[in-house]
Design a protein around this ligand. Structure first.
Ligand code: ADP
Length: 525
C-alpha cells in the first residue's frame, strides 16, 4: 500500500470517527487491520485531548520524539513543543475554526534535541468528546537536504562562470544566468537545444571528437573553444566539461563550466607581441652597443698608443701633462667601452664560459697588486689576506679578473680615507670559496642597495650625481658570478664602508688544495 501524508490523515480520521462509518459498519470486521494501519503508519499519528493528554500514539510518533510506549502515560503533548506558546497559538487557531495544515515547526525530542516537524492537526469527535488528531513527520533531514539544494542552485544561479548541464546527447537541460549574459540566449531558448547551438564552426572536428571521447569515458575535458553568440559574434571560451555519474556508475549528465576569455586572449596576444618587440629592440640595442664600442675602440687604441708615447717623450711639463690627460681620458673611455661590450655580449648571450685550472689565491693576489699604485695615490691601504696558501680551481680566468677589477675599482673609487682589504677563504663545508672586498668608504644607504645591481643605475643619479661611472660594473659582475654558479652579497653602512662578498663554488675537479693561514699585507699606507 502506498502512503502519503494526506491520505494517511484522511484515513486516520476515518478510523477514529465512527460517524464516518469506518468502525461502525463496513469496516467493523477490519477493526484489527485499521489498528494495524494506525500503528504501522509511516508518519506519526497521535490523538490528544485539548489539555494535551495523549490518548493514542503510534510507533512512528514515538520514534520521532524518542519515547517508549510506557513513558507516554507520564507526559503530555506539551513535552513535544520547544516553546509552550506554540501549542497555545495552535489550540487558539483550531478553536477559531482554522486548520493547521502542513505547519513546519521546531519540536523537541525526549533527550532535548530539536527536530524539524511538519504537522497537520484537526479536531475530531470521539466518544462525543472533541479531541485533536495530529499527523506529523520528522523533516529534519529533508530540511537539511533542501538547504543543500538551495545552496547549490543559488551557487549555480549566481556563479560568475557560465554553467550548462546537458543530457548524455548534449541536449541542454539547464543553463545559468551567466550563459544568458554572455551568449545572449535566454535559458528558455537554450532548454532542449543541442549544445552545438553555440558552435562557431571554426573549431576542428578532431577537437570535438577528442572532447566527446574524453567525457564519454567518464573523464574531464579541458580546453579553449571559439564559440558564437546569438548575435553571431565570436568569442573564446575556456571550458571544463565533466560527466555527472549516478550511484550505479552511469553517466547521467554532463556539466560544462565556461569562462569567456576573449579579452584575456586578446591581452595575452598583445603582451606576446609587445614582448617580441621589446626583445627585438633589446637585441638591436645590444647590437648597436657592441658595434659602436668596437668602432670606438679601434681609433681609441691609436689615440692611447700615441698619447702614451707623447707623455713619455715630451719634456716640456705643461705639454707632458696634456698628453697624460689625453692618455688618462682615453683609458677611462676604454674601460667604459669594455664594460659596454661585455654588457652587450651578456645581453645577446654571446658570452661562453671558458674554464681553465688556475691557483685562484695567487691569481687574486696578482690582480690586487695591480691596484697598488691607485691606492697609494689616494693614501689608502690595500691589504690582501688569505686563509689558503693555494687553491686550484677550474674557472674562467677572464671573468674572475673582470669581477675583481670591478669590485676593486669601486672600493678605491668610493673610499676617501682608510683603505681596502681583500680576504679569501673557504666556507666550512668546503663547498664555496669566498672573496670579500672590504672598504672603509662612503657606504651605500639600505634603501638604495637594490639599485646598484641594475644596469645603468647608481646610488647618486641625475643632477645630484657625485661620482663618474656607467652604472654597468656591478650588473656585469653579478651576471658573471651567477654564470660561474656563485652569488654576490653586500653589507654596507653609510660613512662606515661596504663589504662585497663573492661566493664561488668549489667543483669536484678541484685539485691540489692546501689550507694554511697566510696574512699578507701587500701594501699599507
Ligand atoms: P659605476 O660604474 O657607476 O661605479 P657600478 O655598477 O660598478 O657602476 O656601481 C653602481 C653604483 O653602486 C655606483 O655608482 C655606486 O653608487 C655604488 N657602489 C658600488 N660600489 C660601491 C662601494 N664600494 N662603495 C660605495 N658605493 C658603491
Amino acid at each position: 500500500m502506498k502512503f502519503n501524508f494526506t491520505s494517511i490523515f484522511a484515513f486516520a480520521k476515518k478510523i477514529i470517527n465512527p460517524q464516518r462509518g469506518c468502525i461502525g459498519n463496513a469496516l467493523r470486521e477490519s477493526e484489527e487491520m485499521c489498528k494495524l494501519l494506525f500503528e504501522c503508519s509511516p508518519v506519526g499519528l497521535s490523538i490528544t485531548d485539548f489539555t494535551g493528554k495523549i490518548l493514542s500514539i503510534n510507533k512512528r510518533a514515538l520514534k520521532i520524539f524518542g519515547y517508549k510506549k510506557e513513558e507516554i502515560l507520564s507526559i503530555t503533548s506539551k513535552n513535544f513543543y520547544v516553546n509552550p506558546n506554540d501549542r497555545e497559538v495552535i489550540i487558539q487557531k483550531i478553536n477559531n475554526g482554522e486548520k493547521i495544515h502542513n505547519l513546519k515547526i521546531k519540536m523537541k525530542r525526549k533527550e532535548g534535541k530539536l527536530i524539524d516537524v511538519e504537522i497537520n492537526i484537526s479536531p475530531i469527535k470521539f466518544n462525543n468528546e472533541k479531541h485533536l488528531l495530529s499527523v506529523f513527520d520528522d523533516i529534519t533531514n529533508r530540511k537539511i537536504a533542501e538547504k543543500k539544494i538551495l545552496q547549490l542552485s543559488r551557487g549555480l544561479e549566481q556563479s560568475p562562470a557560465m554553467v550548462t548541464i546537458t543530457d548524455t546527447d548534449g541536449i541542454i537541460e539547464y543553463s545559468n544566468p551567466k550563459v544568458t549574459e554572455i551568449t545572449g540566449y535566454t535559458a528558455e531558448e537554450l532548454l532542449g537545444k543541442n549544445v552545438n547551438i553555440l558552435q562557431s564552426g571554426q573549431t576542428s572536428k578532431e577537437t570535438y571528437e577528442e572532447l566527446w571521447d574524453t567525457i564519454l569515458q567518464g573523464k574531464v575535458w579541458k580546453g579553449e573553444i571559439l564559440n558564437k553568440k546569438k548575435n553571431g559574434e565570436l568569442y573564446w571560451d575556456s571550458e571544463i566539461i565533466a560527466p555527472i555519474i549516478d550511484n550505479e556508475g552511469n553517466i547521467i549528465n554532463f556539466i560544462t563550466i565556461r569562462e569567456d576569455i576573449t579579452e584575456k586572449k586578446k591581452m595575452t596576444e598583445e603582451l606576446i607581441k609587445a614582448k617580441d618587440k621589446a626583445e627585438e629592440m633589446n637585441r638591436l640595442k645590444s647590437n648597436f652597443l657592441a658595434n659602436m664600442s668596437h668602432e670606438l675602440r679601434t681609433p681609441l687604441i691609436g689615440i692611447m698608443g700615441f698619447s702614451e708615447i707623447l707623455k713619455d717623450s715630451i719634456k716640456e711639463s705643461e705639454l707632458k701633462e696634456y698628453a697624460s690627460m689625453v692618455y688618462e681620458g682615453g683609458n677611462r673611455l676604454l674601460e667604459t667601452l669594455n664594460l659596454i661590450l661585455n654588457f652587450s655580449k651578456i645581453e645577446s648571450e654571446k658570452i661562453k664560459i671558458d674554464p681553465s685550472q688556475i691557483d685562484v689565491v695567487a691569481f687574486i693576489k696578482r690582480i690586487v697588486n695591480l691596484f697598488d699604485k691607485e691606492a697609494s695615490m689616494k693614501n689608502l691601504y690595500l691589504n690582501f689576506e688569505s686563509k689558503l696558501e693555494k687553491l686550484i680551481l677550474e674557472i674562467d680566468e677572464k671573468m674572475l679578473k673582470d669581477i675583481l677589477i670591478n669590485l676593486l675599482n669601486n672600493a678605491i673609487k668610493f673610499t676617501k680615507k682608510g683603505g681596502v682589504t681583500i680576504k679569501v677563504s673557504k666556507t666550512k663545508e668546503n663547498k664555496f670559496f669566498e672573496i670579500c672586498v672590504i672598504d672603509t668608504g662612503i657606504g651605500i644607504p639600505k634603501k638604495r642597495q637594490h639599485l646598484i645591481w641594475l644596469e645603468f643605475r647608481q646610488v647618486s643619479e641625475g643632477s645630484s650625481r657625485l661620482f663618474e661611472g656607467s652604472g654597468l660594473g656591478l650588473t656585469i659582475t653579478k651576471k658573471f658570478i651567477n654564470m660561474l654558479g656563485g652569488e654576490i652579497n653586500l653589507e654596507s653602512e653609510v660613512d662606515v664602508g661596504s663589504t662585497f662578498i663573492v661566493s664561488l663554488p668549489i667543483q669536484e675537479k678541484t685539485v691540489n688544495q692546501t689550507s694554511e693561514i697566510v696574512t699578507d699585507s701587500t701594501n699599507t699606507y
